[in-house]
Design a protein around this ligand. Structure first.
Ligand SMILES: *[C@@H]1O[C@H](CO)[C@@H](O)[C@H](O)[C@H]1NC(C)=O
Ligand SMILES: *[C@@H]1O[C@H](CO)[C@@H](O)[C@H](O)[C@H]1NC(C)=O
Length: 136
């Protein structure tokens, strides 16, 4: 009976971080699409991977490390966390009221704006994330 608390916490840790005992964390495939119809740019689709249960920002950093065509910058906001500022050299602008909107597919074909930013989005397997340059 005195073993129970430690058994429970070990089980909890395993269920939260199932890869802690293995070498490489499991990766899940996702797609990141860069859409900029405002400036008549062609849609770009990048296939990448995110650690299972990990955040979109990690996948974006991995992608920019491996693909020189994909670049982004972000700022750290104390209240909202990492805020996406520019993608592939195009930055949102307060005067033009432009920004990078985040959308993710919630069914095979329906996309919805994410309620949260790149530091909080946890993509699901094969999810398609659209970075959409738009106006507010
Ligand atoms: C998003 O679309 C992909 C490709 O159609 C699909 O595999 C994935 O299950 C979809 N995600 C959700 C949450 O429906
Ligand atoms: C993306 O931005 C364009 C340009 O503002 C807008 O017309 C469109 O509705 C936005 N959303 C999607 C999913 O393309």
């Amino acid at each position: 009976m005195t073993m129970m608390p430690s058994l429970l916490s070990a089980a909890l840790l395993l269920s939260l971080l199932p890869w802690t005992l293995t070498e490489a964390p499991p990766m899940i495939p996702i797609a990141i699409m860069v859409k900029n119809t405002l400036q008549n740019k062609p849609l770009q689709t990048y296939k990448t991977e995110v650690i299972s249960g990990g955040i979109l920002l990690g996948a974006m950093k991995r992608l920019s490390d491996s693909d020189a065509d994909f670049k982004f910058t972000y700022s750290d906001n104390d209240n909202y966390g990492p805020y996406l500022e520019s993608v592939n050299g195009v930055a949102g602008n307060n005067e033009a009221r432009t920004y990078w909107q985040l959308l993710a597919n919630v069914t095979n074909s329906e996309f919805k704006p994410t309620e949260v930013g790149i530091g909080c989005i946890i993509p699901s397997p094969h999810q398609q994330i659209i970075l959409n340059f738009t106006v507010w």
